[in-house]
Design a protein around this ligand. Structure first.
Ligand SMILES: [Zn+2]
Length: 60
């Protein structure tokens, strides 16, 4: 018997904290997904680097 963990497949992870994303609170930043809260925190800290690049709300 071989149990393969496929939980990671098809599940986006937050680029900020690395935890799986809930469907209701994920936002897309370029090609990456992140929690809405994590994304906001990241923007607050790195607002200068990101130059206020707008996040795309993940509406599914
Ligand atoms: Zn997160």
């Amino acid at each position: 018997m071989q149990n393969i963990d496929d939980d990671n497949e098809g599940v986006a992870k937050c680029i900020m904290c690395g935890k799986p994303l809930a469907q209701l609170e994920k936002v897309k930043y370029r090609d990456w997904w992140a929690h809405a809260e994590c994304a906001q925190k990241g923007l607050e800290k790195q607002v200068d680097q990101f130059n206020r690049t707008p996040f795309i709300l993940g509406s599914a």
